[in-house]
Design a protein around this ligand. Structure first.
Ligand code: AMP
Length: 550
């Protein structure tokens, strides 16, 4: 017997219609390339999105066609999110910080017919266009009067797309299982792989973010979107903010601490999200250059971090400087991305401050809909005892089943689980602790050493700005940890000082065999430590040291 409820399809159009109807005046603030702020609202975003839908159809695009974007967190990019997918086409967001060849590969592999690009990113795309035969037209995200000189043939201005008389009257019916957006993994090794989100997975993921034990978003929130719109759909914020009716603050390309501080202060920001490296720079700025009254001027209520492990020191500093709690989340491009979020349980209420910070340094518990499992190398499930570390697998309605262009189900094992490539522990309360990427774990004398734990311990030293630990080949132990440290500007420190600091924080046999001080650590285009590069640079460190001694 079927239930007698309306089988309304879950689509992105449903989200923007809701925001335009129920939160029409809620503001969207966007910082342009020149630093000027543009102000719009959900009603106008929806109207512009209907113009985009009509304009793309006029250009000959059909449902399922891809539209690529190379753009910062600005208003046009947000409007494209809804205009493109609401019309049944697929929004393919591309990361402009990648190497040119990766950008070319990703756009070509995604198969877009139209490319939308911010005017300040044109120099990246101009030299690549000759090798992108599938791109038919380029839309420059600028007003007609501001169209830059370009050697691209027949560029269309964004203004002509949204300013013309034609707009679709109503959003078309779309099957909720059809694709809405495409995003590529950052791929530190091999070619990046495409993850194709559906309307249904997008709406369910967005709804999950609103839950109290996830981002806990509401209409009263003002959200500073630090996470790029080209990185896993800014962790779903454009969708969940429309569902909640929140205000959005889009910082453009300026993610420096001064710009972020000013936007937070002036736009009454209550919630923000981003990778830990951004927040370290922000807290350094607050600590060194802002008076107490400046800090008190912020309305910030909570910070959501992810993309890399959040060190204890970050959580501690947000608390002591701003009285703000950090919520760490774990996820990946393949999981839309939010899969776990760290919020305390009732029985944690009486924990000491230090224990609460320890708790928040975990990756958290699965949100409803996502299942987790850890396995040993033979595929046997490991206990949730907080001790056993194994390969982390996930499944759920917003976890991928195959990469773009691969047969359905090909990314899953026989039980329907997706292997994340992360190594983790799960404790009896269900709290996940990521100890490493499987390829970064340090295998020493038959045991595993967690590079993440060592890095977190190292950055707790007040002089250390960032730390990376890699496993380096060792003649006796197979691998031993090598610690690379970037100090805060102007600081000096010795190897002995660092080792002494680590001595009571990790097991003796985990202590790194050497410490190297570096000017700067390399990062991927999404802000993660680029360990492949570090292994290339320092992979023979212990062999070289042994040679030097002999
Ligand atoms: P991406 O697909 O680029 O978002 O990268 C996903 C990967 O980032 C995961 O597989 C993890 O290795 C890492 N990651 C994301 N969030 C966290 C976190 N909170 N702690 C540790 N690693 C994380």
């Amino acid at each position: 017997m079927n239930g007698l409820m309306q089988a309304q399809q879950l689509t992105t159009a449903m989200l923007i219609r809701h925001a335009a109807t129920n939160h029409p005046q809620r503001e969207i603030v966007s910082r342009g390339a020149d630093g000027a702020l543009a102000r719009s609202n959900w009603r106008t975003v929806e109207r512009h999105a209907r113009h985009i839908a009509a304009g793309l159809a006029d250009l000959g695009l059909k449902p399922g066609d891809r539209v690529a974007t190379l753009a910062w967190n600005r208003l046009p990019h947000l409007e494209l999110y809804y205009g493109v997918s609401g019309a049944g086409m697929v929004l393919h967001t591309v990361n402009p910080r990648l190497f040119p060849e990766q950008i070319r590969y990703i756009i070509d592999h995604g198969g877009a017919r139209i490319l939308c690009v911010d005017a300040d990113l044109l120099p990246i795309i101009e030299p690549l266009l000759a090798d992108l035969p599938k791109i038919e037209r380029v839309i420059v995200l600028a007003d007609q009067a501001d169209m830059p000189e370009t050697r691209i043939a027949d560029p269309i201005s964004y203004q002509s797309l949204i300013g013309g008389p034609s707009a679709i009257a109503a959003w078309p019916d779309i099957d909720e299982n059809s694709a809405s957006a495409l995003c590529y993994t950052s791929g530190t090794t091999g070619n990046p792989k495409g993850v194709l989100y559906s309307h249904r997975s997008t709406v369910l993921h967005a709804m999950s973010a609103l839950a109290n034990d996830s981002m806990s978003l509401g209409a009263a929130d003002s959200i500073l979107v630090v996470t790029p719109l080209f990185h896993v759909n800014a962790w779903g914020i454009p969708y969940s903010a429309a569902m909640a009716g929140s205000k959005l603050v889009l910082p453009g390309s300026a993610l420096d601490p001064v710009s972020l501080y000013e936007l937070m202060r002036d736009e009454g920001v209550t919630f923000s999200l981003g990778v830990p490296t951004i927040w370290f720079a922000f807290l350094d700025h607050l600590e060194r250059e802002r008076a107490i009254e400046d800090r008190q001027a912020l309305k910030l209520d909570r910070i959501f971090t992810g993309g890399a492990a959040t060190p204890r020191s970050l959580i501690e500093r947000f608390r002591s400087l701003l009285g703000v709690e950090t919520m760490q989340a774990w996820g990946m491009t393949e999981t839309s991305p939010v899969a776990t979020v760290c919020r305390p349980l009732a029985h944690h209420a009486d924990l000491s401050d230090a224990d609460q910070i320890d708790l928040r340094a975990l990756q958290g518990r699965s949100v409803f809909g996502v299942e987790l499992r850890i396995e040993d190398e033979d595929g046997h499930e490991l206990p949730r005892d907080g001790e056993a570390a194994g390969l982390l697998k996930v499944r759920g309605p917003w976890v991928l089943n195959a990469y773009h262009g691969q047969p359905a189900g090909s990314a899953l094992d026989a039980g329907g689980w997706f292997d994340t490539g992360d190594v983790a522990k799960i404790d009896p309360d269900g709290f996940l602790q990521i100890t490493d990427r499987a390829k970064d774990v340090i295998k020493s004398g038959g045991e595993w050493i967690s590079s993440i734990d060592l890095e977190n311990a190292a950055v707790a030293h007040p002089k250390v700005a960032e730390a990376a630990v890699i496993g380096v080949a060792h003649p006796k132990w197979q691998e031993r940890p090598l610690l690379l440290v970037q100090l805060h500007p102007g600081e000096t420190c010795t190897k002995e000082e660092v080792m002494e600091h680590l001595a009571d924080k990790v097991a003796r046999w985990w202590l790194p065999d050497d410490v190297i001080f570096v000017e700067e650590l390399p990062h991927t285009a999404t802000g993660k430590l680029l360990k492949t590069e570090l292994r290339k640079r320092h992979g023979d460190h212990f062999a070289a040291a042994a040679d030097a001694v002999s």
